[in-house]
Design a protein around this ligand. Structure first.
Ligand SMILES: [Zn+2]
Length: 208
C-alpha cells in the first residue's frame, strides 16, 4: 500500500496492522474535512486511530449533532473520497505553524503546538481545502480509502480533563476492504444480540 510520510516522500508498506493504522488515520482526517465543510465553525482537538477504528474530538460550539447530521457527515466523506484529492505533507517552523493554525481558527492545535518539545518538527497534511497537523503517514489519495463507517458520537473532555470544555467525539471505523468492514459490523451485531439475550435472561431470573 502506498503511503505519504510527513517529510513528503511516498513509500510502500506491507504490514497489515500498519496499513490499517494508516487507513484509519486518513479516515479521521477525511471525516474532519467533511465536518468542517458542513459545520465551518468546527474546531478540532485530537483525532487518533485506535483498535476499533478512529475518532475525532471536535468543538462545535452549541451545536449538537443528530443522527441525521452523522449520516450527512458520512455522505460528505464519500464525496471527498470520490473527489480523489491528492494528500500532501509539509513541515513548517514552529512560528509559521502557529500562524497557520491561528489563521485557520484552530485554537486547540495552537495549544497542542505549545505542548510539543522546542525541537519538534511540526508537520501538516493537506487534501483539497483541508489542512491538519499530523505526523502521518497517510494514504496518498482520498480515493484510496475504500471502506469506512461513522459509528456514533459521545462527549469527551479536552485533554481528558473534566475542568476543560466538553467536546463532541465523532467515532468511525475503516478497513482495507468493504468485505472486512461488513464482517466487522456483523460481529458487532451478533455480540449485541448476545448481550441482549444475556440481559433478558438475567432480568427474568431477577424477577422470579
Ligand atoms: Zn493523521
Amino acid at each position: 500500500m502506498k503511503v505519504v510520510y510527513n517529510n513528503g516522500t511516498v513509500g510502500e508498506i506491507t504490514d497489515k496492522a500498519e496499513e490499517l493504522h494508516v487507513i484509519r488515520h486518513t479516515a479521521a482526517h477525511i471525516m474532519a474535512q467533511a465536518i468542517k465543510r458542513l459545520f465551518p465553525e468546527a474546531d478540532f482537538a485530537y483525532g487518533p486511530a485506535n483498535e476499533k477504528g478512529f475518532y475525532y474530538d471536535v468543538d462545535l460550539g452549541d451545536t449538537k449533532l443528530t443522527d441525521d447530521d452523522l449520516a450527512r457527515i458520512e455522505a460528505e466523506m464519500k464525496k471527498i473520497v470520490k473527489e480523489n484529492l491528492p494528500i500532501k505533507a509539509f513541515a513548517l517552523p514552529r512560528e509559521e505553524a502557529v500562524a497557520l493554525m491561528k489563521e485557520r481558527g484552530e485554537k486547540y492545535k495552537v495549544e497542542h503546538i505549545a505542548d510539543l518539545p522546542e525541537d519538534a518538527t511540526i508537520t501538516f497534511y493537506q487534501q483539497g481545502e483541508y489542512i491538519d497537523m499530523c505526523v502521518g503517514p497517510h494514504l496518498t489519495y482520498t480515493k484510496a480509502l475504500k471502506a469506512f463507517k461513522i459509528m456514533g458520537q459521545s462527549g469527551a473532555y479536552w485533554k481528558n480533563d473534566k475542568n476543560n470544555k466538553m467536546l463532541t467525539r465523532v467515532k468511525g471505523t475503516a478497513f482495507a476492504t468493504q468485505q472486512e468492514l461488513d464482517d466487522y459490523l456483523k460481529l458487532l451485531e451478533e455480540a449485541e444480540k448476545r448481550d441482549h439475550r444475556r440481559i433478558g435472561k438475567e432480568m427474568k431470573l431477577f424477577m422470579l
